[in-house]
Design a protein around this ligand. Sequence first.
Ligand SMILES: *Cc1c(COP(=O)(O)O)cnc(C)c1O
Length: 391
Amino acid sequence: MSAPPKPATIPFHRPSIGPAEREAVLEVLDSGWLTTGERTLAFEEATKAAIGTRHAVAVNSATAALHLALEAIDVGPGDEVIVPTYTFATCGEVVRYLGARPRLVDVAPRTLEVTAETIEPHLRPETRAIMVVHFGGLVADMAPILALAAERGIAVVEDVAHAVPATRDGRQAGGFGVAGALSFYATKTVTTGEGGMLVTDDDAVADRARVMRLHGISRDAWKRYTAGGSWYYEIEDVGFKYNLTDLAAAIGLVQLERAEAMRRERERVARAYALAFEAEGLGDLVELPAEAPPGDVHAWHLYPIRLAPDAPVARAEVIERLRADGIGTSVHFIPLHLHPYYRRMYGYRPEDLPVAAAEYEREISLPIFPDLRDDEVARIVDSLRRALDQA
Ligand SMILES: *Cc1c(COP(=O)(O)O)cnc(C)c1O
């Protein structure tokens, strides 16, 4: 007798790409214009409308967008930038690109996000900017952070990599600070494979980012990438190669159009998880992610659960058991201050930012994407219950 068939694997993430995205790419391929051009301009216009900012500057990653944002507000050597430790590599490295110091700060245990209270003790005369990450798609409590920043004359920059679309106090993430950085990386809520966007209401920031994203060549030279362009350009500064392709922008235009429908599907998945955890009676062993305040919108990019501190099975073992059941998971994030670079450069120890260090130890990100079915969610939670049972 043969063994029973193994159930299909459930990946940690599967991008939602449909016929419209395929069609849009083929149109660009057939058009004869592959790099930055008319599709990219259209994608910028659509993003402006979606976020509600005056400007949107398309680039090839959120990392590029954050780098350009800090460059445009003149962050440099001798300056400090407040960076949440509970984030991805991007947030610290862009500060280092400019020769400034990332001042890592701890997060609130429930949301895994910085607050005015976790930021304030780290403010110094050298602090030029505060970077806020809307972790998992939950928009941070911006009003007190903006008030604190305004009081001290410090800029706020948003990492919006997880939060398209998402709101706080009725406002779309990305429009709170002097600039916001969107990511269209393969696993993000709106994807172009690789891609990003800097959004801002500040004319000077937008102008500077447009020049610096393409070799520091003058703004009008951008027009040479259109039919009416000429051969002439002037280099105004030492810029970067951060422009987005029309191939990517064409996918992005379709994805942006579908962004709210895809978000609703992820919200359905989040609700299915909450019901399944309740049904399995796992309330004492698993802490579910924070919800958005009533009336606000959660992007549900991640579904970050935490094991109870006294859970009978270690986090690594739980992840292995889920993997054996064909279920992909991830961990968000390994706090920056635990990484060798930050320990070596700045002498950080785990206990310096204790909340992030402790929460990281018990976090597991479960699959959440638009096509994940309710019965698959039930299977994931059932697998998790069995993983936690067999101590
Ligand atoms: C994915 C991610 C980034 C980087 O996005 P890229 O587009 O790959 O540069 C930055 N910050 C956070 C919080 C992310 O999750």
